[in-house]
Design a protein around this ligand. Structure first.
Ligand code: PEP
Length: 246
């Protein structure tokens, strides 16, 4: 299976720069051995999806509501995202869990909504620095996997240690390997054989200079990129470090 390199643009990008970034990524996407996904802010999805329709670069969103439609001022449904041309949606990102008080139960409801609309959920899990310092990271992440994913989950997991996001710090290769093995075990426990085929991305300060080492770790099925996904050159350099994994 090809590794997946996914970009989370977060709350960045006005029209002209988003168009230029999407075009530059698409121009460099040919001949890459990985799957590519970019997740612009809601306001840029329509134009980016229109530009990338029929290309090798898929488009996703960064969140969705649990309901298909209704009285939810300011919210966006999974159906609306699918209608715009989205193929995927990031759910349970730590910035949503922390800043918007999203619980595992809410994340699970959003996953069901996304899958119901035909979107691939990219579900984020990860521990805080205090939890890691207390030696609790394995239990915390296993509990998030168990409580966030519905039965029969189909999608992608992103392991993102919160203390590594946007900080320039990453866990050691051994720590990444250990956590990804734990997540695989939790997935198989929860989902049976299907859990063996789910891609587990690593996210948190992935840059061109550390991508090859992180993407070579067993059970790393790709990467979720924040800051470096706002530069086509950096994002494509990371993507060139990706490969096919069994
Ligand atoms: C993220 O927020 O999903 C992320 C991985 O950010 P960064 O690459 O900037 O650490």
């Amino acid at each position: 299976m090809p590794q997946l390199i996914a970009g989370n643009w977060k709350m960045n990008g006005l029209s002209a720069e988003s168009a230029a970034l999407a075009e530059a990524i698409e121009a460099g996407a040919a001949a890459l051995a990985c799957d590519l996904l970019i997740c612009p802010p809601f306001t840029q999805i329509a134009q980016v999806a229109a530009k990338l329709r029929g290309t090798a670069v898929a488009v996703g969103a960064q969140d969705c509501h649990t309901a298909p439609a209704g009285a939810h001022t300011g919210d966006i449904s999974a159906q609306m995202l699918a209608d715009l041309g989205c193929a995927a949606v990031i759910l349970g990102h730590s910035e949503r869990r922390q800043n918007h008080h999203e619980t595992d139960a809410l994340v699970q409801a959003k996953i069901l909504a996304a899958v119901g609309a035909g979107l691939m959920p990219v579900v984020c899990v990860g521990e805080t620095e205090a939890e890691r310092d207390a030696g609790q990271e394995r239990q915390i992440v296993a509990a998030q996997v168990a409580a966030s994913l519905p039965e029969n989950f189909v999608g992608v997991i992103a392991y993102e240690p919160i203390w590594a996001i946007g900080t320039g710090r990453t866990p050691t290769i051994a720590e990444v390997e250990a956590m990804h093995r734990d997540i695989r075990t939790a997935l198989v426990q929860k989902l049976g054989e299907a859990g063996a085929a789910i891609r587990i991305l690593y996210g948190g300060s992935v840059k061109p200079d550390n991508a090859a080492a992180l993407l070579a770790v067993p059970e790393v099925g790709g990467a979720l990129i924040g800051g470096a996904s706002l530069s086509a050159a950096a994002f494509l350099a990371i993507a060139r470090a990706a490969k096919h994994v069994d």
